[in-house]
Ligand binder design. Sequence first.
Ligand SMILES: *Cc1c(COP(=O)(O)O)cnc(C)c1O
Length: 236
Amino acid sequence: MSTPSGRREEIATRLARVRARIAAACAEVDRDPGQVRLVVVTKFFPASDVRLLAELGVTDVGENRHQEAEQKAAECADLGLRWHFIGGLQSNKAAAVAGYAHVVQSLDRRKLVAPLERGAATRPEAIDCLLQVSLDPPEADHRFGAPPSELPELAAAVEAAAHLRLRGLMAVAPLDSDPAEAFSRLAAHHRELLIDHPEATWLSAGMSGDLEHALRAGATHVRIGSAVLGSRPRVK
Ligand SMILES: *Cc1c(COP(=O)(O)O)cnc(C)c1O
């Protein structure tokens, strides 16, 4: 175990490295790094790490499992962070997720809209929603993410919900594929969405291993876990 100050230094060093990668990738394509939001994915890491991140200037954190997220958000309620839910959503948990998440990035089924809306209605502000789109080949088994053909209907359902705000798209590059190619397809889906939903300007793509490719493709949000916090204690 590292000492608390050792952990702080470790996170600070890794965070600086990630911020430098973001700045370099933006410089390459003439983008303003100030327009890119870094979401640090804190799944499997303790609330004490979330606290260190907040001290180091992180404003946005991401979690992918409801119970863990709910508990950490409660423990860290004093920090004023924005909580992003980025994991597979079950419809029987969606209302509860909407109780603490400021952003739900993994909205991939029509069935999730009603419970999210119900949860969001109890909050002072609307919840920002990203539609998660699958970049897997059509014949793949789609575990997470809507097939691109379902995006128009899903977008319309979110827009019709009074307490949900359609903000854009989210995706994960498929394993064993070229992330540049996958993210360029994602950018095309995003351009198409923007025709009918010009306010849906967010594009969440890019993880520790592929953030440069995502930023080249226009990502406005990157979701970075291990590059900031180290390797996770166990793999999901
Ligand atoms: C875990 C996770 C990340 C972060 O992955 P790293 O490779 O650790 O940066 C990003 N997005 C989603 C959806 C995740 O589940």
